[in-house]
Ligand binder design. Structure first.
Ligand code: RAM
Length: 913
């Protein structure tokens, strides 16, 4: 049979029917597309747009941006703030605003028009952004709060929620605009005339409040009344009043800063700002609230109408001025947490003694909304846990000291509906007690919460186990977004451990638009940096864990690089360059001995242990020496620093880091490389894979080192994962890069210990902290950690589906589509919404053919690696492709390589495994 390679043209008729859809959004320093923020406080917002068209080969040649002070002006094409003119450029993301200086509170309207090689678009739909309070002097509000006798400040914190209110009257003239700027620490929920503002929960985003405090901005023009108005705010403890364990940072009692600015149509203004005229009580229904221990709510203490007009607040106290948290007030750019999903329970089991256990069917993070019947004063208790014991009761040992319990006391208007406000739990099971009658499944709904971010990736294959692992990863990743990436959502920890998310953040970035969250986290890391340059292992530093480590803090640089590669955003590198450099020199000066970085702290964490009950392996042959981890990382990070230095224009630094890297490589090879046997250190897979992937292995030895990786994995680990947390971040890609995708696939689909499939078979619906999570000590055994994913998700998208930046390109401006069609896997269907638009790679093997649908977004192009059976490209097939606009580049291994312009294509090649 003749080999055929056919490209089907998608939607070819609309070749010149150029449809534009720009701009989607505006943005600012740490910004993304599709953003329309309120309250930007940076002086140079950046503008991005996405070009979409059904035509192929659409490339932007020029752009023209207009920014106006009013919509009317914009509609009349008057860019009174900025008229960029026609700019010759193919850049469509992060165009810095270049107009008149922007002042606090300004609202800016903008649109864009682009000239492409296929014609010029009309003006896009208008978009807008609003400047926030850019200067400290913009704030007239004062921090208020006060202490109450009910506050228990020792041992496990118990501080009741504060209810704060302010009644006010406006002038009797028409309001043009009213804006509320608010920050309530640890958490706030704000109301204006009883209407809740926004759909965020657990806001604002957590920070080191002594360094920065985030505020949120609401347009409340429509919420005002012509008569008495009332602002009501409930304050929870969050991470501000968290002195629940020794060593956990406590900032102070809940406090509030709020400023309502009213502009009348005649230009007159009014300001209602927090001060001692505001009233406060702690005698409301939320008796206690803690992220770790849960919430206690007494519905009998509800205060109907407290957040609206006509309420008698005489028994409330005057608010007091409190010490400000100390941090800089900053507009919050990363998204708040929201209820993003709901889960219906699947079973309710009776335990006897009036106790029931509800099974959500999924280990999830959030809380339970319930409907409950009973009588006034009935106390209903909900205890949350991830796992059950053999007898069907909750397994809580792995929660350590976290109580994870919500209590609801009924007011007597049965049935009553309730959900907590200032807590969340990581759970699959809920023990219910205090119910008068057996509740029904329909009375409960799980509320899934995490940072509001766009789901950008979809990935599904013909392999049900791989799909299940992907689903577990998806649940695990979103379970651990809490305004910071947390290690776990259930026990008394929930901290932003740096090492857990280094390469993981890249995998996550295919699934979620986590750009702003990670940009914010880099700020947290910088704020946690010590005077002398040390970067801690946890940020924000609610726990002060600073061990002068190399691997965990390395995430600072790795994630800055990730944001540049995946989102094309250079700003974090520019912003953090000095701090990153300072850290590198700090480590070098303190711990570098003869170009060997002698210091690392946690080792190759969570290496699969030799026996089921161990948390950490004690077998010396599994342990990678600290200096091997430290030095390979130092080398890798020096390379990144050299790249960053070039990018930010510090040529001398670039050179110095480069020189340093070379010296480190030489010293490392001299000290740790066993040339005769082709391995590093004590021949752990981690030592070898880090050296190989980071480019430290002399070329002539690369195959030998790789052979040792394979041999060790096969012999000592029987084709299973053979590294801990540090090594696994390189493992899957390393195996594929050297031609053993089959082994990577085997590791990915194993069902026996240690493997992700083992977790699945043991009933996991998320990813465990330990490979032996079912048998290990509960002292450190979360059932919802994502660090063991390593580079699996990067491999899923970047290798199996084959969606990557072409080396040298960032933000997927130039894409490489190169799938790895491993034997035994029938199909992969993936899509990823990059900053330039949606990229698709959807392949399947069918009757001796490789069928592949691809999409390359407008204003990008792709190098496409078409799998072919042998190392030859049929001339006829080549011509067919060229007819579609592809340019033949050559044949590489088992791929025919083509340059493709933007567009959607269907490819079909003869293919044999
Ligand atoms: C534990 C957690 C966390 C890890 C640290 C070192 O507390 O497992 O994920 O990064 O240890």
């Amino acid at each position: 049979m003749k080999k055929s390679l056919i490209i089907y043209l998608f939607l070819s008729l609309s070749m010149f029917a150029f449809s534009k859809k720009a701009p989607i959004s505006t943005s600012c320093l740490q910004t993304e597309m599709r953003v329309n923020p309120k309250g930007l406080d940076c002086i140079t917002p950046r503008l991005s747009w996405e070009i979409s068209s059904e035509a192929r080969d659409v490339q932007q040649l020029c752009y023209h941006v207009l920014v106006s002070s009013s919509l009317d002006k914009l509609n009349q094409d008057e860019g009174d703030l900025w008229d960029s003119g026609l700019v010759t450029s193919n850049q469509s993301v992060y165009i810095p605003y270049g107009g008149q200086a922007l002042a606090s509170r300004m609202k800016c309207y903008w649109k864009v028009k682009v000239k492409t090689n296929q014609g010029t678009t009309s003006w896009s739909e208008p978009s807008n952004w609003e400047m926030g309070l850019m200067h400290p002097t913009d704030w007239q509000a004062l921090w208020i709060g006060r202490s109450f006798p009910a506050d228990k400040l020792v041992g496990k914190t118990s501080v009741p929620a504060r209810y704060v209110r302010k009644s006010f009257y406006l002038k009797t003239k028409k309001v043009q605009k009213a804006t509320l700027y608010v920050s309530g620490l640890g958490f706030y929920e704000a109301f204006l005339n009883s209407q809740k503002l926004g759909d965020q929960v657990l806001a604002p985003t957590p920070t080191d409040y002594s360094k920065s405090v985030k505020y949120n901005t609401f347009d409340v023009t429509g919420n005002l009344s012509g008569d008495e108005n009332v602002i009501g705010v409930v304050l929870g403890n969050g991470r501000y009043s968290t002195m629940r364990m020794p060593g956990v940072r406590h900032f102070g009692l809940p406090c509030l800063l709020a400023q309502l600015e009213v502009v009348y149509e005649d230009g007159d203004r009014d300001l209602i700002a927090t001060d001692t005229s505001w009233k406060i009580t702690a005698d409301g229904p939320i008796l206690a609230n803690s992220e770790f221990d849960g919430e206690a709510y007494d519905a009998r203490k509800e205060m109907p109408g407290w957040n609206t007009s006509g309420f008698d607040d005489q028994s409330w106290l005057q608010a007091e001025l409190v010490t400000a948290p100390g941090g800089r007030m900053e507009a919050q750019l990363n998204r708040n947490i929201k209820i993003m999903d709901t889960v219906k329970p699947i079973a309710l089991n009776e335990l006897g003694n009036g106790a029931y256990v509800l099974d959500m069917g999924q280990n999830m993070v959030g809380w339970l909304r319930m409907q409950v019947k009973g009588e006034r004063g009935d106390q209903v208790k909900l205890r949350f846990a991830e796992l059950l014991q053999k007898d069907g009761t909750l397994y809580t040992a792995n929660l350590r000291s976290a109580d994870c319990t919500d209590t609801y006391i009924m007011k007597g208007t049965s049935p009553e509906t309730w959900e907590p406000t200032f807590t969340y739990h990581g759970f699959r099971y809920v023990e219910l007690t205090g119910f008068r009658e057996k509740p029904s499944l329909a009375d409960f709904e799980g509320q899934v919460i995490y940072d509001e971010m766009e789901l950008t990736g979809k990935w599904v294959t013909s392999d049900t186990l791989l799909n299940r692992i992907y689903q577990n990863s998806y649940w695990g990743i979103r379970s651990n977004y809490r305004g910071m990436p947390t290690d776990c959502p259930q026990r008394d920890e929930r901290m932003g451990w740096l090492g857990d998310r280094a390469v993981g953040s890249q995998g996550e970035s295919y699934m979620f638009n986590n750009h702003l969250l990670y940009a914010k986290w880099l700020d947290d890391i910088e704020q946690a940096q010590k005077e002398g340059g040390a970067v801690p292992d946890v940020a924000p530093n609610y726990w002060d864990v600073c061990t002068d480590n190399m691997t965990w803090p390395g995430a600072y640089l790795i994630i800055a690089n990730m944001l540049y590669e995946q989102f094309g955003d250079l700003a974090p590198i520019v912003k953090h360059y000095d701090s990153m450099k300072k850290w590198m020199y700090y480590m070098k000066d303190k711990y570098m001995v003869d170009h060997i970085m002698t210091k690392d702290n946690f080792g190759d964490w969570c290496m699969p242990p030799e026996s089921p009950e161990l948390i950490h392996s004690k077998d010396p042959s599994r342990i990678t020496e600290a200096a091997v981890l430290g030095t390979t990382f130092y080398y890798h990070l020096s390379g990144l620093m050299s790249r960053f230095a070039t990018l930010v224009g510090h040529a001398q630094d670039a050179d110095a880091f480069q020189q340093e890297a070379l010296a480190v490589k030489d010293a490392f090879n001299t000290k740790y490389f066993h040339a005769d046997a082709g391995y590093y250190g004590n021949n752990t897979v981690t030592a070898n894979i880090l050296s190989l992937r980071f480019g430290m292995v002399p070329e002539q030895y690369q195959q030998a080192v790789f052979a040792n990786i394979v041999e060790k994995t096969m012999k000592d680990f029987n084709g299973h994962v053979s590294t801990g947390l540090v090594g696994i971040q390189q493992l899957m890609r390393g195996l594929s890069d050297y031609g053993r995708s089959d082994l990577a696939y085997q590791i990915a689909t194993n069902r026996t210990y240690p493997s992700w499939g083992y977790m699945v078979d043991k009933g996991a619906t998320t990813i465990w902290e330990l490979w032996n999570g079912d048998t290990a000590d509960p002292a450190m055994n979360s059932a919802n950690h994502v660090m063991l994913l390593g580079d699996l998700i990067v491999w899923n998208y970047g290798y199996l589906a084959g969606i990557n930046n072409t080396p040298g390109s960032v933000g997927f401006k130039h894409i490489t589509l190169k799938p790895y069609p491993v034997k035994g896997l029938g199909s992969v269907k993936a899509s990823f919404r990059s900053v330039h638009g949606e990229i698709k790679s959807d392949w399947r093997k069918e009757q001796g053919h490789f069928l592949w649908n691809i999409t390359v977004p407008c204003n990008t192009s792709a190098k496409v690696y078409v799998p072919v059976t042998d190392a030859k490209m049929d001339r006829k097939e080549q011509r067919l492709l060229e007819k579609e606009g592809a340019k033949f580049v050559g044949v590489e291994n088992r791929y025919a390589v083509f340059d493709f312009p933007s567009g959607s294509y269907s490819l079909k090649t003869r293919y044999a495994e």
